[in-house]
Design a protein around this ligand. Structure first.
Ligand code: HEM
Ligand code: SF4
Ligand code: SF4
Length: 528
């Protein structure tokens, strides 16, 4: 399983780099599958509402209304129909690729089970929305879909009378039954929307909107396809005959030929087994997770930076419980915390400069404390010698390929507070710091790379001090297919910092003082 996952991940990574060159990194569709799924849903919903203005929901006139809107009103209502269809098809593709990608990036196990588990019913709802949509056109394809689906449903012990009987003769199809199908085609997408919303509830700052350029590009592509290949109509349904051949929409109805061939009991058993297996995948096998982050109230001033930065919505701010003069304190939900350490990097108390007493911060990882990280950094410095000494702070998901000498690996690069880079340079532990994380936009923890960049650029707290020379910092974001370039990039960087020489002593002392002052701001005796 791990081998398949690693191969798939490398494949995605390669393809993504290729798409980077075509679309630019921000608009890369592979890095925007979830947001694109939402965008496509809204296109389908918008065009669906527009179609209902022209669509006759009665069984007798449904086909004529679709024929009319596709023919004489092709430039708006016909366009809406084709867009409705092609956006649904693309949604199916995007959803399945998104599923495989999240699996191959291992973002579905352990405490991250929730999005995966709630994604499984999303698959059912997407398909059911599409299938009920095909019934409404009431052409030959609709007849085929209605018959095959109801025969399948009749195998379930839910219906007092076989519903397939509704489609045996022209007289047997009642207007009421058709109205029920119309209702289902509205209700199921609404349930899909609800499931999609639940799906992202445990993801902080979930991206539900693709970059504007990518949205425009997707819409334009769909409009072009809609004009070039308008959604077909396959002649009115005729229940006195059995349609011999129908053109299928393979994206939504691709399994229908199988349903035709295989007994319904086998189909249902297979569907249930796949659903149970998919739902249980996050626990097959379960991921061993490190102990959840812990809050140390003596060093927490309730600033809520950790809550803002946690990618898993695992931190909430609650009323103060220890009588300290701050209105709130951080509280970690251990069932959601994956021990990425990002909160430790965002806490103003996380400064490695402190000299007296044990190094405790506002929020720490019991299995990997700030104090231990500081010791590791000091130990790693002993491996470095000569001019151009570079220490690498690498993330455990993107670090392979970075030379082991002078390297400290963290669960996520954003676990390193910016003051750690300051500490390394001002304490003369290295002449330069390389921060090596997952490929851009592919951070295993979703937001670690972004937060790190923003802290260095001083657009996010805690900000890296201005006095830390940016020339002495290198950020390297690399996916599995790019790891080969890391050693060379490090060699170049080392040569550059060798030219800069050692960090001037004056800067290091001033930085030290300021960092200590910063720590004081964070403690309960100084509520400023
Ligand atoms: C219409 C279909 C779907 C839509 C619109 C959708 C949307 C999203 C969005 C917006 C995100 C957050 C992306 C981010 O902010 O980085 C996400 C994450 C995720 N989705 Fe989906 N999704 C869909 C279907 C599925 C399915 C079928 C599965 C799997 C069964 C799935 C599994 C996941 C997982 C594992 C994550 C990552 C959770 C994490 O990072 O902890 N999704 N999805
Ligand atoms: S370690 Fe911190 S940032 Fe990471 S999941 Fe746990 S609470 Fe959130
Ligand atoms: S002081 Fe640290 S632990 Fe407390 S709320 Fe701020 S970031 Fe979180």
């Amino acid at each position: 399983m791990t081998g398949i996952r690693a191969t798939l991940k490398r494949g995605f990574d390669r393809l993504e780099r290729l798409l980077d060159t075509l679309f630019g990194s921000d608009w890369n569709p592979l890095a925007n599958l979830g947001p694109l799924g939402w965008f496509l849903f809204w296109i389908v919903a918008g065009t669906g509402i527009y179609l209902f203005i022209f669509f006759d929901t009665g069984v007798v006139n449904a086909y004529q209304s679709v024929e009319w809107l596709s023919g004489s009103q092709w430039f708006h209502a016909g366009l809406a129909r084709s867009l409705h269809r092609y956006a649904s098809d693309l949604l199916v593709v995007i959803m399945l690729v998104h599923l495989v990608r999240e699996w191959s990036f291992d973002r579905y196990r352990g405490k991250r089970w929730f999005s995966w588990f709630t994604g499984v019913p999303v698959i059912w709802f997407v398909y059911m929305s599409g299938i009920t949509g095909y019934w409404l056109v009431w052409d030959k394809l609709a007849q085929y879909v209605a018959l095959t689906t109801t025969e399948l449903l009749d195998a379930l012990p839910f219906f007092a009378e076989p519903i397939a009987r509704n489609f045996l003769t022209p007289e047997s199809l009642s207007g009421r039954f058709f109205t029920l199908m119309v209702f289902l085609h509205i209700a199921i997408p609404l349930l899909l929307l609800l499931m999609m919303w639940i799906h992202i509830q445990r993801i902080a700052s979930a991206r539900t909107r693709p970059p504007r350029g990518l949205s425009v590009l997707t819409l334009v592509a769909l409009v072009i396809v809609s004009f070039a290949l308008p959604a077909p109509l396959q002649g009115p349904a005729d229940l006195s005959t059995i349609p011999a051949r129908v053109g299928l929409d393979w994206f939504i109805l691709g399994l229908y030929p199988v349903i035709d061939l295989v007994p319904p009991s086998v189909i249902w058993t297979g569907a249930m087994l796949i659903t149970v297996l998919l739902s249980g995948l996050p626990w097959l096998p379960p991921r061993k997770e490190a102990e959840a982050a812990q809050v140390f109230l003596d060093f927490c001033n309730g600033c809520a930076r950790c809550e803002d930065d946690c990618p898993y919505a695992a931190i909430t701010m609650v009323p103060r419980s220890d009588g300290a003069p701050f209105p709130q304190e951080a509280k970690v939900d251990p069932d959601r915390c994956v021990a990425c350490g990002i909160c430790m990097g965002s806490c103003p108390s996380s400064t490695p400069f402190r000299r007296s007493g044990p190094l405790i911060t506002g929020i720490d990882l019991p299995g990997r404390t700030l104090e231990r990280v500081r010791t590791e950094v000091i130990t790693a410095a002993a491996d470095l010698s000569g001019p151009g000494r570079v220490m690498t702070i690498a993330c455990e998901h993107g670090a392979a390929g970075v030379p082991a000498k002078g390297r400290v690996i963290l669960p996520c690069v954003a676990m390193a507070p910016p003051s750690l880079f300051d500490f390394i340079l001002s304490r003369d532990l290295a002449d330069g710091v390389c921060i090596a994380g997952c490929a851009e936009r592919d951070c295993f923890n979703r937001l670690g790379g972004k937060w790190t960049e923003e802290r260095i650029a001083r657009t996010r707290d805690p900000q890296l001090r201005n006095r830390v020379s940016r020339e002495r910092l290198l950020t390297l974001w690399a996916g599995p297919s790019e790891r080969g370039r890391l050693p060379e990039a490090l060699r170049d960087f080392s040569a550059r910092v060798a030219v800069l020489g050692p960090v001037p002593k004056k800067t290091s002392l001033a930085a030290d003082d300021e960092a200590t002052a910063d720590l004081e701001l964070a403690t309960k005796d100084n509520p400023t």
